[in-house]
Design a binder for this molecule. Sequence first.
Ligand SMILES: O=C(O)CCC(=O)C(=O)O
Length: 291
Amino acid sequence: MAQLTKSQTEFFRTQGYLVVEDAVDPGLLSELQATFAAWIEESRGQEAPYGETINGRPRFDLEPGHSAEQPALRRVNAPVEVSEAYLRAMADSRMTDSVAELIGPNVKFHHSKINAKLPGGRTEVKWHQDFLFTPHSNDDVVTALLMVDEVTAENGALEVLPGSHRGPLHGIWHDGVFTGAVAEEVAATCRPQAELCTGPAGAVCLMHSRLLHGSAPNLSARPRTLFIAVYSAEDAVPLSPNPMPNRHEGLIVRGERSGRIRSIAYDIALHQLPTTASFFDQQAKHPDAAE
Ligand SMILES: O=C(O)CCC(=O)C(=O)O
């Protein structure tokens, strides 16, 4: 059954993003919330990023200033490897169906993560385009950001520049340093025209991989947890190593394998792979990063 209306698919095509409510069942949403709450409890006993992904990086990343009293778990890498609930949300939910309507019918999975902004946390995400981190042979690539908590204007919502997926790809290397963020001149043109992607828990923002976006710190007393899953059309082939290698990469989540490669032309600098728990450390090298 179709999940999206014609006007929703048209909105995605022209604006490069779309917020859809009730992307997972209420029961699954509660499981996602409870699993994340348990991970926060576990983080109270840790002083540094911990756990391990299949390429030997920490699975759980802590924000500087994290403590047992004020836990600041800001990232879980590849949560679908360690949680059946997150795996189900990624591989078999209304979120998966909606992605298939935008870039399917054949859709495969690339990688996933949780980005959390706990109350009082300082984490912000500087403006960038995901495609620069995950170039594929064509750009039918979607980042799905599932709101595990309600997302409001105050708790660090995603900010996007509508229509920017049809514009240029902006470099994220500056003076020989990989910052993972666009130049300040570009970010300054985005901010005045940015739209906020807010919604109730269970809503998803489906974002074209070329769309310019960022997000501000959480200034509220409520947490903001996003489960982020990256999908591509099955005939889009990754052109660089996965920044988050995981054992589900390439899983066909809707449709079937076609055995074909479809390509478009573009020219970008190869991204730098992260060596620490998350790209927040790469973005901290940006000349405008707070000390
Ligand atoms: O967590 C956020 O607010 C944004 C996430 C993001 O920009 C990304 O994962 O590319």
